[in-house]
Design a protein around this ligand. Structure first.
Ligand code: FE2
Ligand code: FE2
Length: 466
């Protein structure tokens, strides 16, 4: 046995000597020389700015911003007029939900219990979110959500990736990179959308004032990370004179011709395009209904806001359904084009959304989920089979994907309803039918005497037309 060679020359380790045996070191050199492969060099180095604790503090704040953004956009789904912005926002709700999910998982690996992650609140951030939601237009909303907060978060994520340890903290880096994959196109879209608003006549100075106001408010709470120097908050805040409340009325842009006095398209049009029970009629009804699921973006988005903080998984599931409904709307719009229609020539049904808008979430959810989505599944198999027999590939193709989505929604919906209410299935269905009968009567969709009449499940399914 040879004598160990001690060295204490390494600056960073000078209190602990390196104890290396010469024969082992020489043998290792020899084995390495015999190794034939020159694999790509991994240049990452140990080091990095954060401890697990500081990492977790920052990630928890990011998680909270993402969770609040998901909820916040949900609160505006009814109030956004412009079709393109409403659709895109339906997608963004899920991007923020998924960012929150990824951060939540990473936080759980950084020694924070899920219970504590979900219970985390920050009143300063809440104040910022409420002020941001007090936008006076959808364009102002985009300025706050994307140009102020979104941009600050994406900068913070990129900075975090740059300075955290690339080896010990690699999972955080991967988590943030995945989030940025959604952020990059989202922020780019928002820039173009705001530019389109300005080009279309929205005065730029008002937007700049609002942007500056929110930037100062964010700076006053230490920015996205909470670690920046704090500036003075701007005064006054809009929420100081009027607390934020979500809208209750579904809004559409000027290209739409809307109706809410009936659930039936032929009645709304005051004439038939095709005979009532014909395949052509069922087909067009299905496609129009998909386009009119712009109201389902409103329903599920609003639920996220209304049940905020009750249960993260339910918020996440609602966010995913919201994105799916945005897709169904796009599918409907494109399918109408593929059928030769200008989608805006076909009147847009606001009946369901008008009733659900001001309603308690459990009943609104029961209506769209138990009647709307379950109702679709009752008829869609036949529709797909008939489409296939008739070689109607457009309908077969879209309905095939929509069926899979709606089955998923029905499944997820059961768990979400349990979070929303303690009512058993039967009283929940009865109360829902009562409330919607009342609402439909007030809209003129039914002319019957309410005291003796509550609409049947079938009628309601027809009216919801999810
Ligand atoms: Fe749908
Ligand atoms: Fe759905």
């Amino acid at each position: 046995m040879s004598t160990p060679q001690s060295s204490n020359s390494t600056a960073s380790q000078n209190s602990i000597p390196t104890v290396s045996f010469a024969h082992q070191r020489a043998a290792a050199e020899e084995r390495k020389a015999a190794y034939p492969y020159r694999f790509p060099l991994d240049r990452r180095q140990l080091g990095g700015k954060y401890s697990v604790r500081e990492n977790a503090r920052r990630l928890l704040r990011f998680f909270y911003f993402e969770r609040r953004l998901m909820q916040a956009l949900g609160a505006w789904t009814l109030s956004i007029r412009e079709f393109e912005v409403k659709l895109e926002t339906g997608r963004h709700i899920f991007f923020h939900a998924d960012a929150a999910r990824l951060l939540r998982e990473r936080l759980n690996e950084q020694e924070i219990r899920l219970k504590d992650i979900d219970a985390f609140r920050d009143p300063e951030i809440d104040r910022f979110i409420d002020e941001m939601l007090s936008a006076q237009s959808a364009c102002e909303l985009l300025v706050g959500v994307h140009q102020v907060l979104g941009r600050a978060l994406s900068t913070a994520y990129r900075h975090h990736i740059d300075v955290t340890d690339p080896v010990t903290d690699a999972p955080t880096i991967r988590c943030l990179r995945r989030i940025l994959t959604d952020y990059e196109p989202m922020l780019e879209w928002a820039e173009s959308a705001i530019a389109a608003y300005v080009q279309g006549g929205v005065p730029e100075p008002g937007l700049a004032v609002w942007r500056w106001h929110l930037q100062r408010l964010l700076a006053s709470i230490g920015g996205a990370t909470g670690s920046d120097d704090r500036g003075e908050p701007p005064k006054p805040l809009r929420i100081d004179s009027k607390p934020f409340e979500r809208g209750t009325v579904p809004l559409r842009d000027v290209r739409f011709d809307t109706f809410k006095n009936t659930g039936d398209y032929d009645t709304a049009d005051e004439q038939e395009r095709f005979p009532k029970d014909s395949y052509e009629n069922l087909r067009l009804r299905f496609i129009r209904t998909q386009r009119d699921e712009v109201d389902a973006i409103e329903a599920f988005g609003t639920f996220i806001w209304d049940i905020r903080f009750k249960d993260f998984q339910s918020e996440y599931n609602l966010a995913r359904i919201t994105w799916d409904e945005a897709r169904h709307t796009e599918i409907g719009h494109r399918a109408l084009l593929a059928c030769g229609y200008d989608p805006f020539e076909l009147r847009n049904r606001l009946t369901g959304s008008t009733c659900r808008g001001p309603m308690e979430p459990a009943f609104a959810m029961a209506e769209i989920n138990l009647f709307g989505e379950v109702g679709v599944l009752k008829t869609i198999n036949n529709l797909i089979d008939t489409a296939a027999e008739r070689n109607d590939e457009l309908l077969r193709h879209i309905a095939d994907f929509i069926r899979a989505d709606e089955r998923t929604h029905v499944r997820k919906g059961q768990g979400i309803i349990k979070v929303m209410t303690d009512l058993e299935a039967k009283p929940l269905e009865e109360r829902t039918r009562e409330l919607f009968t009342e609402c439909h009567v007030s809209l003129g969709a039914f002319k019957k005497d309410m005291d003796v009449f509550t609409v049947s499940r079938e009628d309601l399914e027809h009216l919801v037309g999810e």
